[in-house]
Design a protein around this ligand. Structure first.
Ligand SMILES: NC(=O)c1ccc[n+]([C@@H]2O[C@H](COP(=O)([O-])OP(=O)(O)OC[C@H]3O[C@@H](n4cnc5c(N)ncnc54)[C@H](O)[C@@H]3O)[C@@H](O)[C@H]2O)c1
Length: 246
């Protein structure tokens, strides 16, 4: 990856940090983005890379991205919100789409002219198993992730002859703060301990009976960035310990 610059959004935590770490270890220069400046700074310091704080939905941040050379874009920033449809706050639904669908669209627009001109680019959208299947009470998240897989496919078709690939990674449950925070709520609503909620609720349908690690997502991203994956485009790679096949 040496000589390549990767922008990883939401890299101050969880999967984004894992992807940034894997790409940096493979020699890429990484722009470490997070909406929380202190997270971006701390992650960049640990990785020996450049902090690039900002809210990916804001025009001033998109403008800053246009001024960078980005060879690899990893659209990873996201969050979760769980509520029945009729109680789902419209502003939260809109924000989920803004961060996990509109943001990746704006960033792809910003980096594609440079990628096409250099005849090389990799766009990796961190979607979810929830880009392909639904779960109750996750209307905003499931809608955004289904949309992100559609955006991935359109991006791939429009860039196919420019040395650019666009793929989505669709993980099951990964051991990150996003999941650990859900565990506390799940435990409370099921009257269980967080460990019991992990085993009895989250991992119940997962054949491998474990959470994925951010590094596992990082290695798949690294492969998709490699020359070996030049013909792989428009795909949504499921990595879920077998969950979606049960
Ligand atoms: N953890 C899982 O089980 C899992 C499974 C499938 C998909 N995903 C997806 O992976 C991605 C990362 O999730 P995670 O589990 O690592 O979460 P996380 O909460 O650990 O990290 C997400 C990071 O994104 C940042 N962020 C949020 N909004 C932002 C914005 N507007 N601009 C810039 N940064 C922003 C947050 O500050 C945070 O540091 C998300 O898109 C999530 O939907 C997670």
């Amino acid at each position: 990856m040496s000589g390549r610059t990767a922008l990883v959004t939401g890299a101050g935590s969880g999967i984004g940090y894992g992807v940034a770490e894997t790409l940096a270890a493979a020699g890429a220069g990484v722009l470490v983005n997070d909406i929380l400046p202190e997270r971006a700074a701390e992650a960049a310091r640990k990785l020996g890379q450049e902090p690039f704080p900002g809210d990916i939905t804001q025009p001033d941040f998109i403008q800053q991205v246009k001024e960078k050379q980005v060879d690899i874009l990893v659209n990873n920033a996201g969050f979760q919100h769980v509520a029945p449809l009729e109680d789902f706050a419209p502003e939260v639904f809109r924000r989920l789409l803004e961060v996990m669908l509109v943001g990746p669209f704006l960033l792809s627009r910003a980096v594609l002219p440079g990628m096409k001109a250099r005849n090389f680019g990799r766009i990796i959208n961190v979607a979810s198993v929830h880009a392909k299947i639904a779960s109750a009470y996750k209307a905003g998240y499931v809608s955004a992730k289904h949309g992100l897989l559609g955006l991935t496919r359109v991006t791939a078709l429009e860039t196919a002859t420019f040395g650019v690939t666009a793929n989505a990674i669709c993980p099951g449950y990964v051991d990150t703060p996003l999941v650990r925070n859900q565990l506390k709520d799940l435990a409370a609503s099921h009257n269980l301990t967080p460990e019991q909620a992990l085993e009895q609720v989250i991992l119940r349908p997962v054949p491998q009976k474990r959470l994925l690690t951010p590094a596992e997502i990082g290695y798949l991203a690294l492969f998709l960035c490699s020359d070996a994956a030049a013909s792989i485009t428009a795909q949504g790679y499921t990595i879920d310990g077998g969950w979606s096949q049960v």
